[in-house]
Design a protein around this ligand. Structure first.
Ligand SMILES: *[C@@H]1O[C@H](CO)[C@@H](O)[C@H](O)[C@H]1NC(C)=O
Ligand SMILES: *[C@@H]1O[C@H](CO)[C@@H](O)[C@H](O)[C@H]1NC(C)=O
Length: 820
């Protein structure tokens, strides 16, 4: 599958990396030995002290690499708890399950839904999996706070899952769920469809749950107590039909079991299922079905019991409606249960409020978008909001000073995720794009997310790129990709979002952030510096170039986008330089708002956006575009190599290795694509720059970057266009259309179209056409496939990679709104 980019994030041997720092340490030790000789006469005591100091220095550097930043946290303690932020305490913060809720606490009690269609070959559904092959699922509406409505289409079944919250009490309020199950489409099966819905409550290492049974088998309610919820009660109401009548016949089962952790809940339920049950409605059509029976333990699981699971199963015929209420013991006077007609009214009120707020925020109706396209945009925003998660746990970090990974102290992260099925966890540069959209919907929410991310910073000023916090997140990542390497950066795209938030952010907020922003900037400015003044270089490229057509640069976020064929310390990376220009500008603006010294940042901003210097360092005449510089050969290929046979052994499988037809030399990298556009994308080029014309020409040329579906990542006439990197690595950023970069392109074109300059008209025309193409294709693909996708084919427009991908692909909402 193509969508392995971030999983591969931490792969490979890292010995070759961060040599400078290791060399520095070695020099220090040699110096220490010399000093030892000189001071021998002064006695061993002093010498021992000297080496102790050196050891201490090294120990301290190693500790800093993996310890938290010393500044006060960007989020004041308790800021996200039920006292300070009751309105956000409960939420659909479990994006990796189809439907579930939890609180923003480290070891939250969780609730969730599973289902099973009672027919041959049907599978238990719980966590979002691409392999489930659902026709579509996702939030149709979600306000990011108190209400959401989701439709799930699963082979003839339509499940609508809705929640609504109600403030009250001292523990983050109360909520209700409504799950409506119907036949999907006209084609009903020969038998009236039978379905089981499983509602559960589970603990995560703290709190107690008590079942309340009716008639021996129906789990009517669960009462419980936990650290941050106090006393509470979850009630599973009796199902009704669409019209509100009682369902004529259904069957109840329940499970009371212990799981090694939340990440094993599906296994616990699956292993408790038995097919010995018979559905016997009064009309006589008896049939066998599957239900939870006795839990007999997980095969091979010796892990301690950690999560108490109580699960209510109801099996019934379609259509049916089931409601669940969560009530807090701290609510003294309740106006009555939030269920039935009261719930219907509340849901309707929230729907209307969502519609209104959506139009007020994005104005798509006003712009003339028809209803189906507005619903598409609402779904895109809602899925980003409904994809927000709260994660808690420890990252595994590794610095060049450590032989083994070290775990970072426990941290919580409140963040959106790129994909509920494939990347249900936080990714640093993705988040910058996510917050561009969310900052428009709810600036307060965005400010909180940015602060959460900055609080993950280490003492050195590094923020690990991929956040795998807690067992559930970990369960989705192969072990070899878990460790994060402390010399690997990632674009500081969060600063794009911060720039948008600066105007309305309270000074007290900025003041808390500022020391961390400064450290982040310094870390980038020093650890990723390039070979010449005002140049930059991504660290951590694949160290073993012979294995790849072009060694990847995961740090850049653009993974396999072609760079210098032979990684070296002489490289200068254009995109990173442009990111640093943006970072300098945002730091300067923040400093000015706080009346802190801003001149060092302004100075950097001026130097990095000096168009003449930019051209000297990065303009490649032969390419007619900006480019990276490095030790590069334009003539490389992959060849199948048959290993030499050893007598008595089976012949080794042939493998692809790289062949270099022409030796590399220091030069500009011959690739025209997204990286070449960065001075335009981040608007460093002056509107009167003579380089604007060739870039606009490349962008509008069908043989190069223009496609009817958006700008492609790599020129069609580039030698690496759509080339595999190894036999297992299909092309990724080598031609496909990516929405985050297209958003930046539109933003820039919109800007150039508004400023006087010789290319104003051309920018405006390109802007209109690109915007039209992008909206048109994303909408069409969504209507046809049911999803937003990770990237799009530049030849057919088809969605590719992981899905649903309502991370940065949801920026299409801002494109529709022309909000840049
Ligand atoms: C960034 O690094 C350069 C080169 O080391 C240095 O001259 C400059 O002062 C630094 N800028 C800031 C704002 O720290
Ligand atoms: C470029 O790479 C080749 C192959 O690794 C190496 O032999 C050569 O010294 C490098 N040239 C420079 C200038 O780094």
């Amino acid at each position: 599958m193509a969508a392995e980019r971030r999983r591969r994030g931490a792969e490979g041997p890292r010995e070759a990396r961060n040599r400078p720092r290791e060399r520095g340490a070695a020099r220090g030790e040699r110096g220490g030995r010399a000093a030892l000789g000189l001071v021998a006469a002064l006695g061993l005591g002093l010498a021992a002290a000297g080496s102790l100091v050196l050891l201490w220095g090294r120990w301290r550097a190693a500790a800093r690499a993996v310890s938290p930043h010393p500044a006060e946290p960007a989020l004041p303690p308790g800021a996200t708890g039920p006292d300070s932020a009751p309105h956000r305490f409960w939420g659909s913060y479990r994006p990796h399950v189809y439907f579930g809720m939890k609180t923003r606490s480290p070891r939250s009690v969780v609730t969730g839904l599973m289902w099973l269609q009672q027919r041959d070959g049907a599978e238990l559904r719980h966590t979002c999996e691409q392999s489930d092959g659902l026709q579509r699922y996702g939030w149709v509406m979600h306000d990011g706070q108190s209400f959401g409505l989701q439709d799930i289409h699963d082979r003839g079944l339509l499940l609508r899952t809705e929640f609504v919250k109600r403030p009250g009490g001292r523990h983050g309020g109360e909520w209700s769920w409504r799950v409506t199950a119907r036949q999907d489409g006209g084609a009903a099966g020969s038998q009236a469809a039978l379905i089981s819905l499983f509602f559960y409550v589970a603990t995560d290492g703290q709190g107690t749950l008590r079942p309340h049974l009716e008639d021996g088998t129906r789990l009517a309610a669960v009462s419980g107590t936990s650290e941050e919820l106090g006393d509470f009660k979850v009630t599973f109401l009796r199902p009704s039909t669409d019209s509100g009548d009682d369902v004529p016949y259904c069957s109840y089962h329940y499970l009371d079991a212990w799981s090694p952790g939340l990440h094993r809940l599906t296994d616990v339920v699956r292993s408790s299922l038995s097919s010995r049950f018979v559905f016997t409605p009064p009309d006589g059509s008896r049939r066998r079905f599957v239900a939870v029976d006795k839990f007999r333990g997980l095969p091979g699981a010796e892990e301690a019991a950690h999560s108490h699971l109580l699960l209510h199963q109801v099996t019934l015929r379609l259509p049916a409606v089931v409601e669940v209420t969560f009530e807090s013991g701290s609510v003294r006077e309740r106006r009555g249960a939030l269920a039935g007609p009261v719930l219907t009214a509340e849901l309707a009120r929230h729907q209307a409020a969502f519609e209104r707020r959506f139009e007020e925020t994005f104005g798509l109706e006003h712009k003339g978008f028809p209803a189906p396209q507005r619903r598409f945009a609402q779904a895109a925003l809602s899925n980003m909001l409904g994809g927000m998660g709260h994660f808690h746990g420890r990252s595994l970090l590794r610095s060049p000073l450590h032989h083994h990974p070290v775990s970072f102290p426990e941290r919580s992260l409140f963040t959106a995720v790129p994909s509920r099925s494939f990347f249900p966890r936080g990714f640093l540069w993705d988040e910058g794009f996510h917050q561009l959209l969310l900052a428009r919907w709810d600036p307060e929410l965005s400010r909180e997310v940015v602060a959460h991310w900055l609080d993950l910073m280490t003492a050195e000023g590094w923020i690990p790129r991929e956040q795998i916090l807690g067992d559930e997140a970990l369960a989705k990542v192969p072990p070899e990709f878990v460790v994060q390497h402390s010399d690997t950066a990632n674009p500081p795209a969060l600063l794009l979002a911060l720039q948008r938030l600066l105007g309305s952010a309270p000074p007290s907020y900025l003041r808390r952030l500022f020391p961390r922003l400064r450290s982040w900037y310094e870390w980038l400015n020093t650890t990723q510096s390039g070979p010449l003044p005002y140049t930059f270089r991504w660290r951590g490229r694949d160290p073993d170039p012979e294995r790849f057509l072009n060694p990847k640069t995961l740090a850049s976020g653009l993974d396999d986008y072609p760079r210098a064929s032979h990684p070296s310390e002489d490289e200068r990376h254009l995109d990173l330089r442009c990111w640093m220009a943006l970072a300098s500008r945002v730091l300067a603006e923040a400093a000015e708002r706080l009346e802190e010294p801003s001149e060092p940042y302004r100075h950097m901003e001026r130097a990095l956006s000096d168009n003449e210097l930019l051209e000297r360092l990065h303009w490649a005449h032969e390419l007619g575009a900006f480019a990276d510089f490095g030790n590069h050969s334009g003539a490389v290929g992959l060849r199948r190599e048959v290993g030499r046979a050893t007598p008595g052994r089976p012949p080794p499988a042939p493998r692809l290795v790289r062949v270099v037809h022409e030796p590399p030399r220091p030069r500009f990298v011959s690739a025209l694509g997204y990286v070449s556009l960065f001075p335009l994308l981040l608007r460093l080029l002056r509107p009167d720059s003579p380089r604007l014309e060739p870039l606009l020409a490349a962008m509008s040329d069908e043989r190069r970057l223009w496609s009817p579906f958006g700008l492609r990542s790599l020129s069609r006439d580039s030698p690496m266009y759509m080339q595999r990197n190894t036999e297992h690595d299909p092309p990724y950023w080598r031609g496909s259309v990516w929405i985050n970069i297209n958003y930046l392109a539109l933003r820039a074109l919109h800007g150039y179209a508004e400023q006087p300059g010789p290319h104003r008209e051309r920018a405006a025309k390109l802007y209109r056409e690109l915007r039209h193409n992008l909206i048109h294709n994303l909408y069409r693909q969504y209507a046809e496939s049911g999803y937003l996708w990770e990237h799009y084919s530049d030849s057919t427009g088809r969605g590719q990679g992981s899905h649903p991908f309502t991370g940065w692909s949801a920026l299409v909402v801002l494109v529709m709104a022309e909000d840049y």
